[in-house]
Design a protein around this ligand. Structure first.
Ligand SMILES: Cc1cc2nc3c(=O)[nH]c(=O)nc-3n(C[C@H](O)[C@H](O)[C@H](O)COP(=O)(O)OP(=O)(O)OC[C@H]3O[C@@H](n4cnc5c(N)ncnc54)[C@H](O)[C@@H]3O)c2cc1C
Length: 476
């Protein structure tokens, strides 16, 4: 069993493996990090393969029913994360498959608007308290329809010319000394090899790190958001008008019911969906604390317990909570919710110090709004990310562009989210294509070339970097 040293071992016999593809860049994992990586590598001219263990793209954002893309703006309402994530939201917008506060409302303190979003039950994502002015503000956060997103992601891969391998696990990197030269994959066709000049680990869990011999940080603290599984599900056909009337007219009865379900081990909280035609759908996200989310025994335990809790909660709400009489379990997440885990130790390790330093790194590849950290956020509303946080120490031919980015738990807890991983991916995919074109290692690319390309792809970088790039291009 993975990570357990007490099991006896056997030696697997050597065998010939078919090379099924020779690529410039292979991306393992089709979640937010993998989407950004594969699209960017292909769009920048690299022959790109994306390997995903399930039959759809999106990772937690679709299959995990985590359909909230938060913190695209800082608390003042200035958009800071754009690029591919904005492109996806725009495409979903065209088919009415997203919901977000209107652009002119981002950063507003208007009480009617603030109350509208609080009432709509997504205050946690759409609203933050700005302690500098003592008022609540509206953020730019988008909700998405996961099924339309799966379709659009396939369309985008096809348009970019990415070769996608669904239902395929990336198992081990192909190593030559300390250099990664491709990946072994397993699928119904058996075990195959994909050769590549650059491999990008977007598995979320950092599956390629240990077999590549990369240094890792597995520290985790009990009670953290990232130290828990989730087993999300939707209930459909809920009469929310009836539910709201009951909650507001009989607060004590409502409170007692929620206490009851909580004491029985069920879920006392849910969120309402706001995406068009999703009326009557509510989401439950029960959490299961765990320090090792890559252990198969822990994964099995949560799948079993999680489903028991779905049944318990559903029966309770249907039988006792007004508005749920005709509800049904619409969907349980096709992918188990994994919130955090091991991280690569890269050329730069992001930590608590970087949340408060306001440092603009010379190799900044993204700016992340910090809206979730109370007083710290008020004083340091934005955090820069250096390219070096995607580059493992010592190991060549490998980048890491997912929640396993180079970070201590203090940083990972706040910045491993969907738009953040897409931004890591956009930088890593672009960097990989540059490295392939130049015939050099990803760690040695010209950072200004990377930044210039990112800006031209709609990524928002600090004014200082943009000014330096434009003054250099004017001088030459
Ligand atoms: C319950 C819950 C609530 C959350 N709430 C939010 C929220 O509101 N907003 C937000 O932005 N973030 C939220 N997050 C966090 C966010 O979803 C993740 O941090 C983010 O999706 C990480 O992206 P990723 O690409 O690193 O990994 P993932 O989304 O996990 O994607 C990894 C992909 O790689 C594939 N994969 C894994 N291993 C292999 C392999 N060996 N071979 C092939 N494929 C593989 C997986 O199938 C998956 O598609 C939440 C997470 C959970 C679980």
């Amino acid at each position: 069993m993975k990570n357990d040293k007490n099991f006896k071992t056997i030696t697997e016999s050597a065998r010939e493996i078919d090379v099924c593809y020779e690529a410039d860049v292979v991306v393992i994992g089709g979640g937010p990090g993998g989407i950004g990586s594969a699209l960017s590598a292909a769009r920048n001219g690299a022959k790109t393969v994306l390997v995903e263990r399930y039959g759809h793209l999106g990772g937690m954002a679709t299959g995990g029913l985590v359909t909230i893309i938060p913190n695209l703006s800082d608390i003042a309402g200035n958009q800071k994360i754009a690029g591919i994530v904005q492109e996806i939201i725009d495409r979903l917008d065209e088919s009415g498959a997203t919901h977000y506060p209107k652009k002119e409302d981002w950063g507003t303190t208007d009480e009617d608007l603030v109350n509208y979003y609080i009432d709509s039950n997504l205050a946690f994502f759409y609203i933050r308290n700005d302690i500098n002015i003592g008022k609540q503000r509206v953020l730019y956060t988008a909700l998405i329809d996961p099924e339309i997103m799966k379709c659009e992601l396939n369309n985008m891969m096809e348009e970019a010319g990415v070769q996608v391998y669904f239902h395929s696990w990336g198992t081990r990197p192909i190593m030559h000394g300390d250099s990664v030269k491709g990946v072994y994959i397993e699928n119904k066709s058996g075990r195959q090899a994909i050769l590549a000049k650059v491999v990008i680990d977007c598995t979320g869990d950092g599956d390629l790190l240990e077999p590549a011999g990369a240094e890792r940080d597995r520290r985790m603290i009990p009670g953290l958001r990232i130290a828990a599984f989730a087993h999300p599900y939707w209930m459909g056909n809920v009469d929310l008008k009836k539910f709201d009337e009951f909650r507001s007219s009989k607060p004590e009865e409502f409170g007692k019911l929620m206490q009851d379900i909580h004491s029985q081990g069920g879920a006392p909280h849910f969120l309402k969906d706001l995406v068009k035609n999703h009326e009557g759908i509510v989401w439950f996200h029960p959490f299961f604390p765990c320090m090792d989310q890559d252990r198969i025994d822990e994964i099995n335990k949560v799948e079993l317990e999680g489903r028991k809790k779905i049944q318990l909660t559903y029966n309770f709400y249907r039988d006792k909570v007004p508005g749920f009489e005709n509800s049904y379990i619409a969907l349980s997440a096709p992918q188990l919710g994994i919130q955090g885990g091991q991280r690569v130790v890269g050329e730069y390790v992001l930590g608590q110090k970087d949340i408060t330093s306001d440092e603009i790194f010379d190799d900044t590849i993204a700016i992340f709004p910090d809206n979730d950290n109370g007083e710290i956020s008020a004083n340091h509303p934005n955090v820069c990310i250096p390219y070096r946080a995607l580059v493992p120490k010592r190991i060549n031919g490998l980048l890491v562009a997912c929640r396993a980015y180079s970070s201590e738990w203090e940083h990972n807890e706040y910045f491993n989210l969907i738009p953040h991983c897409m931004a890591f991916g956009q930088a890593a995919g672009t960097a990989a294509a540059i490295a392939v074109k130049e015939g050099i290692e990803p760690r040695n690319i010209n950072i200004r070339v990377l930044q210039e390309k990112l800006i031209s792809q709609g990524v928002i970088l600090p004014d200082e970097i943009k000014n330096e790039i434009s003054s250099k291009s004017m001088a030459s």
